[in-house]
Write a protein that binds this ligand. Sequence first.
Ligand SMILES: [Zn+2]
Length: 523
Amino acid sequence: MLALLLFPCSALQAQGKTDIYILGKDKGSVSSMQANGITLLDARATAKKLGGSVELYAAAKQIKVAFPGMYAILSAPLAEAIINAQTVKLPAEVVASGSRIYVPAQFFMLPQVQKALDRQITFENNALVVEKNFTLAFTDKEQKNAYDRLRFFRKGNISFTSKQKNKHTVEVVFPSVVLKRNASLRLKDDFIRSFSISQRGKDAVLKVILGKKGKNWRFTEENGELVFACAETALPSAGAALPRQEEETPAKQTDMTPSVFADAAEDAKADVPVIKPAPQPVMKSGAPVITAKRKLRIVIDPGHGGKDPGATRRGSSQEKALNLTVSKHLYNYLKDQGFEVKMTRDKDVFVTLAGRSKMANDFKADLFISVHTNAAKRAAANGFEVYFRSDKATDAEAAEVAAFENEALQYEEAHYSFVDMLLESMAKNEFMNESSKLAGHIRNYVYKEPGIGIAVRQNNAIRQANFYVLRGVKAPAVLVEMGYISSSKDRARLNNKAAQKRMGQGIGKGIVSYLKAEGKISK
Ligand SMILES: [Zn+2]
C-alpha cells in the first residue's frame, strides 16, 4: 500500500521482491518492480549480493556499480549503462525512486558482468540465478620420477579428440566447452616440457609439448576427471588397477610400470583409515624442513562424538563419523610431513568443547583445525567452507552454522564453561588475522585437490563466525565444514572413501602452504 503511494506517477510500476540464488544458495531477496513487463531490480542491493561495490548518488539519480575489472554507471531515466566508458543499451529505463535506483534485471546478465564475475547469470521465475559457468578447468600437475600427469576438472559429458601433431606436440580439442581460464605452464620436464590450454571460440584446445622422454602419452577419463599422462615406458591400458604409489615416495628404478593410473585403485583400496601409531614420524624426502627449534604442533579436532552425533541424515550418515574419518587422513598426512600431531579424539567418544580447546593449549598447539560437516534446512545448500573465529559472524548464515555447532554446549558441565571463559579472556582476537590467512590457504588447496567433488566457492568459502570451540584456543584456529550432509550430492562425496582421503590431503596441503607462506617452515 505504502509503496503504491510513493509512485503515484507510474501506474505500470508495482513493487515486489526478487530472489537471488548464488551457486545454489538462496541469498534472500531484493526489492524489485515491473515496468512494461520488464523486471527492474534494486541495483544497490543486487550488486552487493553479487559481491560488487556500489556508490549511490540518490540526488543525481545515478549509481556506480563495480565488479572485478569493470564498472558501470546507471542513470535514471536512461535506458542504458555506461560500462568501462562504453554505452550499452538496456531494454528499459533505469528508475529512481526514493533512495533506490532500479535497473532492468538484464543489466546483471550482460556479458560484461558475467565475465567480470566469472559466472553464468540468468533470470527465471522472478529469480536472478548465478551459477558457475565453466565446464572445463585445469586443476593440477603431478611430476614424478617415472611420469608426468596433468589433471583437468570437467563438468557433464565433455567429448574430446586427441592426436599427435608432430614429434613433440600433442593436441587435444574439446568441442563446445567453457574453459574456466586459459592456462599455460612450463614443467621443463623430460616427459612434459610445457602445456597450454585455451578457449578458442566454442572449443578449448590443449597443447602439450613433450620432452625427450615423453615417448608414451595418453589422455583419458579417470574417476570423473580428465588426465593427460606421459611416461617413457609403455602406459598400461585404461582402467587397469595398479597398486597405489605413495605420493612422496620416489619411483623405484625396478618399477617398470609407472603408477599413472593410481586413482583407479584408490576406491578399491581405501578403507577406514588407521592412524599410524609411530610416535616418531619419519621425515620423508620432500617433506618440509622445520626451521623452528621444536617441531610444529598441530591439533586436529574431529567435531562431535559419542552421545553427540552432530548433523545426521537418514540414519545412514552421521557427522561425527565423517569428521573422524577425514581427520584421520589429515592426521596421517601431517605426520608424514614431520609435524607433531594430536587429535582431540581418535574414536567415537564424547569430548566437551572446552575440553577440546584445553587439550590444544596443554599440547601447546601451533595450529588448531576443527573438522565438521555442515547441514541446512534447504536441500540445495552445498559446498565446502572454512570458518575462523570472530566476535561477530559475517552474515546470518554463518551465525546459523555457529549456533548449530555450539549446540554441543548443552552437554557441557558448568565448570568447563568457566575454564573456557577464562581462556577466552586470555586469547581475544590475537590470532584472528593468522586464522583468516590459514583459512585462505586451506580453501585454496581443497579447491585444487582433485577428486573431492564438493564445491569450493572462491567468493564465500571463507566465513567468520563465533564458534565456541575456537574461542579458547591460543593459536591460529579454523573450523572446516567439509560439505553439507543435507545435500544429497555432497553427502555422496562425503561418504566416498577416495574423496575422504583427498579432503584430508587437501586440508593438509593448505596447512603446509600456510606455514611456508608465514615462514614457519622452510622449503
Ligand atoms: Zn559439527
